[in-house]
Design a protein around this ligand. Structure first.
Ligand code: CP
Length: 307
């Protein structure tokens, strides 16, 4: 199969295992392209893509923009903080005005879960979700899966731990859907207050003891504590979190075998991950960032129907 089953990439929940495999295979081709001396291909030169960011981003925004430039697309960048949203303009009016300028594809990050679904129901362009509140971050999960596959091969039967603030993490939810569809075993670990109550219904297991969880896994994908999304105090202090759930060298040295360390960024160094682990030979955090460009090129190429 060389076509996606969808015209939008809103969540991993909505796409098939074949879609995921097609995106990851296509990303391999683009990874080869971006490592050539001439990194640019003319593939999307007839397309205009709008990057609409209603929430802060470093990696996702830069990565999408670079991916679009590598594919020769024309780009419009929009940041809500410097836009007429500040004067009360609605999401739909904002997007319709941008589309009136003949935009073919929209990449959107928004603090409200469901904002990209809303857009997909109201406008004609392809929509790519670059993170919607605590809901999904599909391209992050795809680049995470790609990075794991690079190190481990087929993910079927591999043990993947997602550690930290699961409750507020769109990366966790998209990773759960993606890894489960690829046949990996997924375990979650974190303080009970940061693990959603019915999460095991998604086919994952939960372990509250970090040492046991690290002992079990091939990969630990470590997540940031999202204090900005917590209205009430869900654990006593950052110091205590770090003591019970932080990944540090001492903890890893007690394991029987080395594990791969991942983090979607931004890292709170010294909280969920110490620098000696984040910067160690077991960390593939910067590989994730590199792979993000190739994965996003693949997503946009396939959604544009260029396959
Ligand atoms: N991983 C990620 O989404 O990072 P940014 O918030 O910097 O885009």
């Amino acid at each position: 199969m060389s076509h996606l089953s969808t015209k939008h990439l809103i969540g991993i929940k909505d796409i098939t295992k074949s879609d995921i495999e097609l995106i990851l295979q296509t990303a391999s081709t683009f990874k080869e392209v971006i490592n050539r001396p001439i990194k640019k291909v003319p593939t999307l030169r007839d397309m205009t893509i709008a990057n609409l960011f209603f929430e802060n981003s470093t990696r996702t925004r830069t990565s999408f923009e670079l991916a679009q430039k590598r594919l020769s697309a024309d780009i419009v960048n929009f940041t809500s903080s410097s836009s007429s949203v500040k004067k009360g303009e609605t999401l739909l009016d904002t997007v319709n005005n941008i589309l009136a300028m003949k935009v073919d594809m929209v990449v959107m990050r928004h603090p409200s879960p469901g904002a990209p679904n809303f857009l997909a129901n109201h406008i004609n362009a392809n929509i790519l979700n670059a993170g919607d509140g605590t809901h999904e971050h599909p391209t992050q999960a795809l680049l995470d899966a790609y990075s794991m596959q690079e190190k481990l091969g087929d993910l079927k039967g591999k043990n993947i731990l997602i550690l930290g603030d699961i409750m507020h993490s769109r990366v966790a939810l998209s990773n759960i859907y993606c890894l489960s569809k690829l046949g990996a075993n997924v375990k979650l670990c974190g303080p009970p207050t940061l693990i959603p109550k019915h999460i095991t219904e998604l086919g994952v297991s939960v372990e509250y003891n970090i040492q046991k969880a690290l002992e079990w896994c091939d990969v630990a994908n470590v997540l940031r504590i999202q204090l900005e999304r917590q209205n009430i105090k869900l654990f006593p202090s950052i110091r205590e979190y770090s003591l019970y759930f932080g990944v540090n060298k001492k903890r890893l040295e007690t394991l029987k075998r080395p594990i791969i360390i991942m983090h979607p960024g931004p890292i709170n160094r010294g909280v969920e991950l110490t620098s000696d682990v984040a910067d160690s030979e077991h960390s593939i955090i910067l590989d994730q960032v590199e792979n993000g460009v190739a994965v996003r090129m693949a997503c946009m190429y396939l959604l544009a129907g260029k396959a």
